[in-house]
Design a binder for this molecule. Structure first.
Ligand SMILES: CC(C)(COP(=O)(O)OP(=O)(O)OC[C@H]1O[C@@H](n2cnc3c(N)ncnc32)[C@H](O)[C@@H]1OP(=O)(O)O)[C@@H](O)C(=O)NCCC(=O)NCCS
Length: 175
């Protein structure tokens, strides 16, 4: 089995920072989940999820990282911390540790400003630096914003499969 060094967990772009989760992110992550409209994530559930994500990163060296707006301390939240916009990173997902999947989700108020593309580009660079050669993405065919982000990043269509919720589009990019 091929082994890879851990991907970098502190990334910076022109407008964003990506760094590991902190327990204080739990209320914001709860609010992000609430925007999905598919049920409510409780604070204890999200606190456990954050712990599990951190554990998984220690185990397998890949990470979903919180995405924050740089230098906006106190911004919308008034907490004095850089505002959490969402997360971006990689997961095994439907794929494998050798060729993982990119994942991202941002608060609605942050959509349409190029943040997902900017964060994902930094993640692609971090994954490439682990020595991996290919990254996957799976999305629903109706998710036009996600497909557009993937297109901007150079992902190309590989195949379409189906699961219990309908069609799943598979795309990949060579790193
Ligand atoms: C997918 C998601 C992260 C994109 O975030 P974002 O920061 O708005 O993405 P960007 O601004 O970098 O790029 C979005 C692109 O989609 C385009 N777009 C948005 N809505 C669109 C639509 N309905 N049809 C076609 N294109 C659309 C935007 O115009 C932009 O492209 P452009 O730069 O060429 O103008 C965000 O929509 C999201 O959080 N969605 C919910 C979670 C989700 O679906 N995650 C992916 C699961 S596979």
């Amino acid at each position: 089995m091929v082994t890879y060094p851990p991907m970098a967990s502190h990334l910076e772009t022109e407008r964003l920072t990506l760094r590991p989760w902190s327990p204080s992110d739990a209320p914001a992550l709860c609010a992000l989940h609430a925007e999905r409209g598919t049920g409510t994530s409780t604070l204890p559930y999200v606190q456990e999820l954050i712990g599990a994500m951190l554990d998984r990163t220690v185990e397998n060296g890949i990470a979903l990282l919180p995405v924050r707006l740089r230098g906006e301390g106190g911004g919308r939240t008034g907490t004095g911390e850089d505002e959490l916009l969402g997360y971006c990173g990689i997961v095994v997902g439907r794929s494998s540790l050798e060729e993982p999947e990119i994942a991202y989700e941002l608060f609605r108020h942050a959509h349409g400003k190029g943040y997902a593309t900017e964060a994902a580009r930094a993640v692609l660079g971090a994954v490439a630096r682990t020595g991996r050669e290919r990254l996957w993405a799976t999305t629903r065919p109706e998710n036009a914003p996600s497909l557009r982000v993937l297109d901007k990043l150079g992902f190309t269509h590989d195949r379409t499969t189906t699961d219990e919720r309908g069609e799943v589009v598979w795309l990949s990019v060579e790193l």
